[in-house]
Write a protein that binds this ligand. Structure first.
Ligand SMILES: *Cc1c(COP(=O)(O)O)cnc(C)c1O
Length: 391
């Protein structure tokens, strides 16, 4: 008694026990918009599926438990989830954001939310003195981070940033898409809100777009639930079910993907045509110690720079196992060219400054045979090389 279940157990068991009526082990898909009242003034707790739906509720309870929060909420996409969180801000609020950010979030903040009088300040929050300098101004109302960041895999200290945000009275929001609750639970380190693009590791099969928000405390959970209900960007019952199903295998998928990512990172680190490899699992990664204090594994996304003698388009066109596609976190290995794909919305000068150059490649390592992935990337570099390896 009293023994805490491991995360893999919690994951495999999501939704189990939900159906009290028939004992269905898989959560039923309540494909319904509305619910009939039993009699005047009395329903069974559901009235309209924008407000609540039992299948979505099973998912929302599952993610709340996995993250150790008070309330989970499911949205139609990761961006819808982040939009809902952003509507907590008011005109005049300043939000401190990590500079190496998912491109879509940057676009949302700059092109849409900023029009409502919210100011976003971008800075390298992997440097705690930078965090302190901004918070000491006394105007920051919220801190929004991703770790490891995208696409340069910079590590932000969730514990230390969380502490400083709390002292400054700022809301601390973590986009935990890259690690998933299997590898890190930011609420344990002081996050007030965790968001996920469930399209990535939680769904895991590149067959669904979805987003999740978890609030650490009930009051904030209620505020976010009100926003979800009022704004209405909910996840439908079928997609909620697909997501629950995907989540069950998160632990095994992540273990295998990480093993493959470590293999590929080691191969690239030794490759004469690769100049830099960004992966928290490598011994010389500058954020490695901080990362492993807060996460139980390196994750399975890595980036690297091709040597200037490698023709970048030919590299991408030569891949056979790794797919050129704009996402991460699924069973299939995917690669993107951040400068022209995921981060194309960031102005070129800003991109250069951040280090998102044309030679940068990001790979989300999947669960294929690791040797096949390594061979594929190795052969593509070979084919794209316009000169012999630098000596
Ligand atoms: C993909 C992604 C998002 C956006 O999620 P969608 O489901 O595509 O809307 C947000 N944050 C991060 C870190 C992501 O990778």
């Amino acid at each position: 008694m009293g023994r805490k279940e491991g995360v893999a157990t919690k994951l495999a068991r999501v939704g189990v026990g939900f159906d009290r009526q028939f004992g269905s082990i898989s959560v039923p898909i309540y494909q319904t918009a509305i619910y009939r009242y039993r009699k005047f003034g009395e329903n069974l707790g559901y009235d309209y599926s924008r407000s609540e739906n039992p299948t979505r509720r099973a998912l929302e309870d599952a993610i709340a438990e996995l993250e150790g929060g008070a309330r989970g909420l499911a949205f139609s996409s990761g961006m819808a989830a982040i939009t809902a969180v952003a509507t907590l801000f008011s005109p005049g609020d300043e939000v401190l954001v990590c500079d190496d950010l998912y491109g879509g979030t940057y676009r949302l903040f700059q092109e849409i939310v900023a029009r409502y009088g919210v100011t976003f300040t971008y800075a390298d929050l992997s440097d705690l003195s930078v965090v302190e300098a901004h918070l000491s101004r006394g105007t920051v109302k919220a801190v929004f981070i991703e770790t490891p960041t995208n696409p340069l895999l910079k590590v932000i200290d969730v514990v230390e940033v969380g502490k400083r945000a709390k002292e400054a009275g700022a809301l601390f929001i973590v986009d935990s898409t890259f690690l998933s609750p299997y590898l890190m639970r930011p609420i344990e380190y002081g996050a007030d809100i965790v968001v996920h693009s469930a399209t990535k590791y939680l769904g895991g099969h590149n067959d669904l777009i979805g987003g999740l928000v978890v609030a650490a405390d009930g009051e904030l959970g209620e505020r976010l639930y009100f926003i979800q209900k009022a704004a209405g960007a909910i996840l439908g019952p079928f997609d909620s079910w697909v997501l629950l199903r995907g989540m069950k295998t998160l632990a095994v998928r992540m273990e295998k993907a990480q093993e493959n990512a470590e293999k590929l990172a080691r191969f690239l680190a030794d490759h004469p045509k690769v100049t830099d490899v960004y992966f928290p699992g490598l011994p010389d990664h500058p954020g490695r110690d901080v990362h492993f204090r807060q996460a139980r594994g390196p994750g399975a996304v890595l980036s690297f720079r091709l040597h200037e003698s490698v023709h970048v388009p030919t590299f991408f066109n030569s891949l056979r196992v790794v797919n050129l596609a704009e996402s991460l976190g699924g069973v299939e290995s995917l690669t993107t060219h951040p400068a022209t794909m995921t981060h194309a919305d960031i102005p070129p000068e800003e991109r250069e400054k951040l280090g998102i150059t044309d030679s940068l490649v990001r790979i989300s390592v999947g669960i294929e045979d690791g040797d096949d992935i390594v061979a594929d990337v190795g052969e593509a570099i070979e084919r794209a090389s316009t000169s012999p390896p630098p000596s």
